[in-house]
Structure formats: C-alpha cells, structure tokens
Design a protein. Sequence first.
Length: 295
Amino acid sequence: MNQATSPSDAGRPLNILSIQSWVSYGHVGNASAVFPLQRLGAEVWAVNTVQFSNHTGYGAWRGSVFGAELIHELVEGIAERGALPRCDAVLSGYMGAAEIGEAILAAAGRAKAANPAAMYCCDPVIGDVGRGVFVRPGIPEFMRDRALPAADIVTPNQFELEWLTGREVRSLEGAKAAVAALQARGPRCVLVTSLRTEATPDDAIELLAGEGGEFWRLRTPLLPLSINGAGDAIAALFLFHRLRWGEARVALSAAASSIYGLLRRTAEARSREILTVAAQEEFVTPSRVFRAEPC
C-alpha cells in the first residue's frame, strides 16, 4: 500500500512527476492534468514530451515532438536536486513514440528505486470507439507488452481495455473479466472510462474501477459534447485521490464527480475546449457528487 493511504496524511503535499504532451492553446496532456492537481494541492513536476500550439483534434497544429534523450535529461536534473525520494507517483499519458515510452518507464523505475512506495499510473492512450487506433504503429504493442507490466494503476477507456486484453466487452461481467485480465499483467488498480454495456441506459455513461478483487461502478448522465483532454484530467484526478485516500472506490467517486462537473460546465458553455480554469472549483468541491457502487 502506498505511503499516502489514509486521511491522516491529508495535509502532506503529494509530489507527482507528470510526463505528457503540452499544448499552448487548450487543455490536453499536461495542460489538462497539471492545473487540477495543483488546484488540489499537489506539487507537479511536469516533463513535456511535445510542445504543440494546440491539440491534434483540430486537424492542424504547429510545434515539435521532443526526443527521448530530453526526457532522460530532465529527469536526471530532477534527480540531481535530490527530489526523487519525495516522488509519490509518476503519471504518463499519450506517448508519441516507443522511445518516449522507454524514457517514461526508466523515470518510473528511478522514482520507485528512490521511493519504493511510489506508484506509476499509465493512461494507455491508444484509441477510442468510433475512431479506432489513432497512435503511431508500435505504440499499442508497447502499452500492452512494456507499460502494463510496469504500472500500478492504468486508466484505459473501453476501446483500450478491449484492445489490450483482446476481449470484446458487452456486459458488466465482461468488463470485470477484462479488468481482471489486465490486473494479471501487472497493474493492481484499473479505472475504465467511457464504459457502455448492454445494461447502460442510453442517457448515461459508466466508469468501472477494480482493485484487490473488488469492483465498483459509477454512472453519470451522458452529456452532449465531444472534446479532447477529459481522459487526461480524470487519470490525474483518479491518481491523486487514490494516493491521498488509498481506496479505488473513493478515488472513483471523487474523480468522476469532478469530471462530470467540468464537462457539464463545458457543455453549457458550448466550448470546444474543456473549461479547466473557469470550472476549477469542481476539482475541489464538485457541484454534484456521484457514489461508486460495489458490483
């Protein structure tokens, strides 16, 4: 169990090394994950894997992809400051190339060597329902064969859960079996986002968390919007609350409630970008709280 597992530790700032993409305009990758974590009181050591003008969902963007060597250098600089023993977790999302992935795994390994209680949370970005695989060739296999065995927490969407396990998920029992199959590969804790089974109402969307042989499901209203960056935010929030409280059930409720409030505000504003700053109170005090139910 991670060192930050009880409410008695709630006053101690968490230190999270977040290695993800960065955009100057909008909120995806670190631009979606860092601010919510900071708003909750975490110290975030952000390492950016790309510097783009905006996310690729617009179809056009400018900027550069950074090489794996830069990731190694930045982590080395953090290590030289003597900070890694205070690192509570490493968080990763979209990986532009397998070489970047190897640099992230190396960083997670260094953090765990310096602090055996540290966790690695991998958001295995591969694709989505309706879009299929949208990452470069080799990345899905890297996620399956290299990242999963190294991770303590993984946060796939339904499409990614099916791809990583080779299982078609149509029922809740099927989703739970797929989560168990993922856990057998390494990660102790799994959060499945954007889950829809045969039992999911047309006006709802579900999330499923599994850890320690137990499962919890949470259902929220389905909102009329399609935006980028929400998955990056919920992975960060779930990690934070799992670190803080030590329970996947509590982390699921807290993260899902905040994300629903954020997306509701975004839908009401008809915004193309999630309102990470304007709706920031949702991270601290969600306007509507959803409870995770055992299943």
